[in-house]
Write a protein that binds this ligand. Structure first.
Ligand SMILES: [Zn+2]
Length: 154
């Protein structure tokens, strides 16, 4: 069972046309990161309006507007992992719909606390099954049992 959990998932780069040049290799767990203390995802920069596709197949649990994330989409994918997309310009999906890696869920923007900053997608992967062996001594290192580094899967 443990082996099943550590097999890499098949992730599709969610920002259309983006490459490794469009995010910082140390974006994940960047410190210090304001109120969040550490940055629990990756920021992928692209022109405002660039299409965003789901990185995995799954079901949309939430799409809407929240204070810090702005326009956000939350998708439950394989292995009980939640995929969080934030700062969208437009949302083009709705809750309880099934998505594939070909489904456009929105466009890149700078909504929420990214207003005034360059447009980018904040993308996080949160596992509902904790991976305690990933805990390390970095700031908030215990939370690494819950947040996975998307860059490892691109
Ligand atoms: Zn971010």
């Amino acid at each position: 069972m443990v082996i099943g959990l550590v097999i890499p998932q098949n992730l599709k780069m969610p920002v259309q046309g983006a490459t490794a040049a469009d995010y910082h290799p140390n974006s994940f767990w960047f410190y210090p990161w304001g109120k969040s203390i550490t940055h629990k995802g990756v920021d992928i920069f692209a022109k405002k309006g660039t299409p965003i596709h789901s990185a995995v197949r799954g079901i949309v649990l939430y799409s809407g507007s929240i204070k810090t994330g702005g326009n956000v989409v939350l998708i439950l994918g394989p292995k009980w992992r939640l995929h969080y997309y934030a700062h969208l310009d437009q949302i083009t999906t709705a809750p309880y719909g099934f998505v594939s890696q070909n489904t456009q869920i929105g466009t890149v923007g700078n909504s929420g606390n990214a207003i005034g900053k360059p447009a980018h997608l904040h993308y996080s992967i949160f596992t509902l099954l904790p991976y305690p062996w990933r805990i390390d001594s970095s700031p908030q290192g215990w939370k690494k049992m819950l947040y996975l580094n998307p860059i490892e899967y691109f």
